[in-house]
Design a protein around this ligand. Structure first.
Ligand code: ZN
Ligand code: ZN
Ligand code: ZN
Ligand code: ZN
Length: 497
């Protein structure tokens, strides 16, 4: 394979990648195995092999060698253990015991040492890869040293590994803190085959700079040793920077900035962050209550203290007040998230959506989040199953999807998983609407076929993106469903002549 990207360096970004040639949307950039993979920080007890949640109490399942948590399934294939193997031997040798926990839903700090330990042990077995790819990673030593977590890490991880685990002569305090920092700044979230979150150190992906509008997408394959494949989401001309996102793209600028500042120790200055309209989407804008068409936007999106001002009249207000109002709405939404999946949940999300209509810009992130909750419900819960939805609710679902798409086309353009999921959601109501029009005698022949063609095109685009996912993941499973639906749809189109 030709070289797809070059590594460059500057003081602002550190190391970053640029396209080494003109790259087409969907082109493979690189493939890599993680240096190490393991539980996230502050995780409740998990199986140290497959990372599924386990009961960390006295009666919970444990590794028969070292006594640390392993789920029953992994205990039963104890001879084939991969991820837990090295630390298991260490725990056995130094008789390091797992302290049973009372509450298996609370974070289990004993496990915070596991992923750093895996990185350290891997460093010993693969010193070349450590030197070339890991030791060069940013870890923001100076900022971290003054952070709250430093002392906690010093006790829970550094002292623990060098004390009870007997690693005093193998790993220095500085090295262990460096590894913790490297993980904090560079690790990416991956999902296990069962969908549980873990973190992995992917050196090549970590070279890519961050942007709140990424042009690189990646898929991680838990059933192939968590192999990662990175691709371009859109066409990227030679020399252009390659960007991945270290944060959730569907949160507003203030939330993204906070996450990057406290989690990754930098402030993003991408075009989206600098623009109060977030590239024309008005993703964080409120409607002005003092005039007709005004929008209230921050005068300096990178500063939470800055005033917010109306685009049409003189109205202005403190950033803190806007934040407070948004927090109230967010809390109301968070409470709905606990509701059972049923008609009441759907009706409540619709109620809240109406309630904020006069306050929020239509594409505001809160509205976008409500839309996501709604499209998940329309067509999937009793009383609102796809086949029984009246045209008006089918159209409602299509509209909700199209509005989410307006945002995604800007923030996650091209061949992104997020877009693929929405494409899938739109296709079914479109097919049903066409069928319903046909039944009423309003649509037939060529125009009917045209409608079905549109739905097929959406499915085709969706399938082209989801086929990159691990077949065992929810997205990978959906990719298969998409293939089958496409065959069916093409058959019915053929039947129309
Ligand atoms: Zn397991
Ligand atoms: Zn063990
Ligand atoms: Zn940004
Ligand atoms: Zn106004």
């Amino acid at each position: 394979m030709d070289k797809t990207f070059k590594v460059k360096e500057n003081p602002e970004l550190g190391r970053y990648g640029v396209a080494a040639k003109d790259l087409k949307a969907g082109e493979m950039l690189f493939e890599e195995k993680p240096f190490a993979i393991g539980p996230k920080v502050e995780n409740p007890p998990v199986c140290l092999e497959c990372c599924c949640p386990v009961d960390g109490g006295v009666t919970g399942p444990k590794c028969s060698h070292c006594g640390w948590p392993l789920c029953e399934e992994c205990v039963s294939k104890q001879d084939d253990i991969v991820y837990h193997k090295k630390e298991c031997a260490l725990f056995v040798k130094h008789k390091v015991k797992f302290q049973n926990v009372e509450d298996s839903t609370a974070s289990c700090i004993q496990l915070d040492c596991i992923t750093p330990l895996r990185v350290l042990l891997e460093k010993e077995s693969h010193p070349d890869r450590w030197n070339d790819e890991i030791s060069v990673m940013e870890y923001h030593h100076d900022v971290r040293k003054d952070s709250m977590t430093w002392n906690a890490d010093q006790n829970n991880v550094v002292a623990y590994l060098r004390g009870p685990c007997g690693l005093e002569d193998r790993f220095s305090e500085e090295l262990i803190q460096q590894v913790i920092g490297i993980l904090e700044v560079n690790a990416f979230e991956a999902r296990t085959c069962n969908g549980y979150a873990v973190r992995g150190l992917y050196p090549k992906l970590a070279i890519m700079a961050h942007s709140c509008v990424p042009n690189v997408v990646h898929s991680i394959h838990p059933s192939h040793e968590y192999r990662l494949i990175a691709r371009t989401a859109i066409d990227v001309p030679e020399g252009e920077k390659l960007y991945t996102s270290y944060t959730y793209t569907l949160s507003g600028t203030s939330t993204r900035q906070q996450a990057l500042k406290y989690g990754k120790y930098f402030s993003c200055r991408c075009a989206r962050c600098l623009d109060p309209t977030e590239l024309g989407t008005h993703f964080s804008s409120l409607k002005c209550q003092k005039c007709d068409n005004g929008l209230i936007e921050s005068l300096d999106p990178l500063n939470d203290e800055a005033d917010w001002k109306c685009t049409h009249c003189d109205f202005n207000t403190k950033g803190a007040l806007v934040q407070k109002a948004v927090n109230v709405m967010q809390t109301e939404l968070d409470e709905l998230a606990y509701m059972e999946y049923g008609p009441e949940r759907l009706e409540n999300f619709e109620r809240v959506f109406k309630k904020y209509k006069s306050v929020l810009h239509p594409l505001h992130f809160i509205n976008t989040s409500i839309r996501h909750s709604l499209i998940e419900l329309y067509g999937r819960i009793p009383g609102y199953e796809m086949q029984e939805l009246p045209d008006i609710l089918l159209e409602r679902k299509v509209d909700l999807c199209r509005d989410i798409m307006k945002v995604l086309n800007v923030f996650e353009p091209g061949k992104s998983r997020a877009r693929a999921m929405i494409l899938y959601e739109i296709h079914a109501p479109l097919v049903l609407l066409a069928q319903s029009a046909y039944t009423r005698g309003n649509l037939a022949g060529v125009p009917l076929k045209e409608e079905l063609k549109k739905a097929a095109a959406l499915l085709e685009e969706c399938g082209g993106i989801l086929e990159w996912e691990d077949p065992s993941s929810p997205e990978g499973i959906l990719a298969n469903v998409v293939k089958q639906s496409l065959v069916q749809l093409k058959n019915s189109m053929q039947a129309l002549g």
